[in-house]
Design a protein around this ligand. Structure first.
Ligand code: ZN
Length: 182
């Protein structure tokens, strides 16, 4: 079993070998697209960036007028947030979908995106952001984090009501949010 850093190197090597490509996406800015048929259970990228506290995240992004801030910040746990805007990780370009082909998994304090169903060449990789809905919810969040993924079962928002998610063995991140639960 390779250690975490060895796995990270392996992921970078595979991405250099063009498992996917970042290019403009029809729905939203840039997206990540498979460059080959990829089976379910393939680890495609690590969500990287500065590992900061929730307080630091709030300091960095204290302007609530900034669009999409919460889609870049990934909550690892009560202490740590990954700021995807920093560094050169490609995982931050993976867009949200309500019926995604990838999911995010927490392992040793790190976040990895993996395919959860077979993905054919040219398909955009997506995962469900599951942004945690603060209580009370800021008035503009419904508009700001509206979803237009276009899937048949689109719930119309990237937000979820916490708490929700549990998975055996592998822990899923419960949500992404810049703010500590409140
Ligand atoms: Zn949707």
């Amino acid at each position: 079993m390779p250690d975490a850093s060895a796995r990270s190197v392996e992921i970078e090597r595979r991405s250099a070998g063009a498992l996917f490509v970042v290019r403009p996406a029809p729905a939203h800015g840039l997206g990540v697209f498979a460059t080959r048929d990829t089976p379910a259970g393939t680890r495609v990228a690590e969500y990287t960036g500065d590992r900061i506290s929730h307080a630091e995240a709030a300091r960095r992004y204290d302007d609530e007028d900034m669009e999409d801030v919460h889609t870049l910040l990934y909550t690892v746990d009560r202490r740590t947030v990954i700021d995807g805007a920093t560094g050169d990780g490609v995982a931050r370009y993976v867009n949200h979908s309500c019926e995604p082909n990838c999911d995010a998994f927490l392992e040793d304090g790190r976040i990895f995106l993996e395919t959860i169903r077979p993905v054919t060449t040219g398909t955009e990789l997506t995962y469900d952001y599951r942004l945690r809905r603060p209580q009370p919810m800021p008035r503009d969040w419904r508009r700001r984090y509206a979803c237009c993924c276009g899937m048949p079962r689109c719930r119309g928002t990237m937000l979820i009501r916490p708490p929700r998610l549990r998975a055996p063995r592998r822990l899923m991140p419960s949500a992404q949010s810049a703010r500590p639960a409140r």
